[in-house]
Ligand binder design. Structure first.
Ligand code: BT5
Length: 248
């Protein structure tokens, strides 16, 4: 067992954390906790989610004991909002690199190794009327998921496939340090440039499905709000704020 409540408590010093052997979604619990005065930097960790989700209500797959799944709480300003997903992907990529592997980011915020998805991030904001009360940054990182024979066999990868045996708690501790560090520099040029520098499809022909249409063209750049700028086949520059990108 490399993850449980007392191990978390001992390893993470003064950080406020909740640990669940099984929960619906760590993001749901964290959103609820935000509404009840949880502080920035607190985390909700689970070994298994019964309703783990991706963007647009997609299902997040991770059997118990095989992944690192948690939500990190933030109390950002409105201007900082677009940078939170960037920060999540970047912190994971930095953690992978510290373990000796190289990682890239697939816009907007998938972390990939060897072109396969290692990690997804799901930032969700909590509002009270029109006031932002906080954000939860959900992170699902494949540590040792046996993908053979699953629908994700060709598209997903686990950290241990690449770097060998790891301790989930140590990976989490390192990742939290990176998240804490970037939280102090949200909305900075440094964060934007570091994220942009890891994007894998800039300059390449892509198809982006988003906002009800498919745009084909060259992924020219990203802007500081995280939007993707695609030069489409008619020569127009299109700005995509959300979507799924594929090469070609
Ligand atoms: C994401 O969505 O990539 C965000 C995933 C966030 C999961 C974390 S876990 C902790 C926290 N609590 C939650 O409930 N969620 C967050 P998206 O870009 O929509 O990708 C989802 C798609 O990735 C699915 O439709 C599958 O095709 C694929 N997928 C599902 N599980 C996967 C896995 N373990 N590894 C790779 N791909 C996966």
């Amino acid at each position: 067992m490399d993850l449980n409540a007392s191990l978390l408590q001992n390893r993470l010093d003064n950080r406020i954390s909740e640990y669940y052997p099984q929960i619906g979604s760590t993001n749901d619990r964290a959103l609820d906790w935000l509404a009840h005065n949880a502080g920035a930097g607190s985390i909700v960790v689970a070994d298994e989610q019964t309703k783990g989700r991706g963007r647009l209500g997609r299902v997040w797959y991770a059997p118990p004991g095989t992944a690192l799944m948690f939500s990190y709480l933030l109390r950002p300003t409105l201007d900082e909002l677009p940078y939170i997903g960037m920060m999540g992907a970047l912190a994971v990529a930095e953690t992978v690199e510290a373990l000796g592997a190289s990682a890239g980011i697939k816009w907007p915020n998938d972390v990939q190794i060897e072109g396969k998805k290692l990690c997804g991030v799901l930032p969700e904001a909590a509002w009270q009327d029109t006031t932002l009360i906080g954000v939860v940054l959900g992170i699902g990182l494949n540590v040792r998921i046996p993908f053979q024979g699953t629908a994700f066999e060709a598209t997903a990868i686990s950290l241990e496939d690449v770097v060998g045996k790891v301790d989930r708690l140590e990976v989490l501790a390192f990742l939290l340090e990176r998240l804490d560090a970037w939280t102090r520099h949200l909305a900075s040029n440094e964060l934007y440039e570091a994220w942009r520098g890891k994007l894998v499809m800039l300059g390449k022909p892509v198809t982006v499905n988003g906002m009800g249409e498919a745009v084909h063209g060259i992924a020219e750049d990203v802007d500081r709000q995280g939007g993707l700028l695609v030069r489409d086949d008619s020569g127009a520059l299109r700005r995509m704020v959300a979507g799924d990108i594929a090469l070609g």
